[in-house]
Design a protein around this ligand. Structure first.
Ligand code: 5GP
Length: 202
């Protein structure tokens, strides 16, 4: 019998570099499936439907909630984001590993509904680095910078929810750390029990 795929969640505060590390992991391990989320926010320049997100109106999104189509859904900085359930669970059943880049509320819902999921918290080594990265990004006003830093502290305080923490010193090292975690999870005795038993029975 084929093992189920892994459900890997990357979460962490804005400025920690989730998106960049996520993309790098997928470049290095193209066999991992990207989970494409649904959102009510408008597409940014260069973003494509079905590649970066499925873009929906609020009414369409609410209908999807009512139909029970989400594995998790959360409101992040005044827009809705959610993970479509059917596609993800279908892939996992087929033995494919699926990776998500989602906020902490979504991560919590996933762990509750799918306890085998692997939750990884990506963070900078200290708050100064996080602040510098947010300032460098140039997308924050002084007020929103303050909000994001206080959200970051709040997220870090929920560290016990996670199975692993990865410090993002460089993109390459952080991507290697996540790939190492995935490799370790696949090497668990539990994950290989069927193969071991088969060998023993011969
Ligand atoms: P952005 O609008 O910059 O693409 O994403 C904003 C935030 O939404 C990021 O923190 C990202 O992790 C989070 N996010 C993206 N997709 C999902 C999702 O499907 N569910 C949840 N809960 N958060 C998401």
């Amino acid at each position: 019998m084929k093992n189920k795929g892994l459900l890997i969640v990357i979460s962490g505060p804005s400025g920690a570099g989730k998106g960049t590390v996520y993309d790098r992991i997928l470049e290095r391990a193209p066999e991992i499936q990207k989970s494409v989320s649904v959102t009510t926010r408008l597409p940014r320049a260069g973003e494509q439907e079905g590649v970066h997100y499925y873009f929906k109106t609020l009414t369409q999104y609410q209908q999807m909630i009512a139909n029970g189509e989400f594995l998790e859904t959360a409101s992040v900085y005044s827009n809705y984001y959610g993970t479509p359930k059917a596609a993800v669970l279908g892939l996992i059943e087929k033995g494919r590993d699926v990776m998500f880049e989602i906020d902490i509320h979504g991560a919590r819902q996933i762990k509750a509904r799918y306890p085998q999921s692997i939750l990884i918290f990506l963070m900078t080594r200290d708050f100064e680095v996080l602040k510098e990265r947010l300032i460098k990004r140039g997308t924050e006003t002084p007020a929103s910078l303050k909000t994001r830093l206080s959200s970051a502290k709040n997220e870090l305080a929920q560290y016990e929810l996670f199975d692993y923490i990865v410090f993002n010193d460089t993109v390459e090292q952080a991507a290697s750390d996540v790939l190492g975690i995935i490799c370790a999870e696949k090497s668990r005795v539990k994950a290989n029990e069927a193969a071991i038993k088969k060998m023993l029975s011969n």
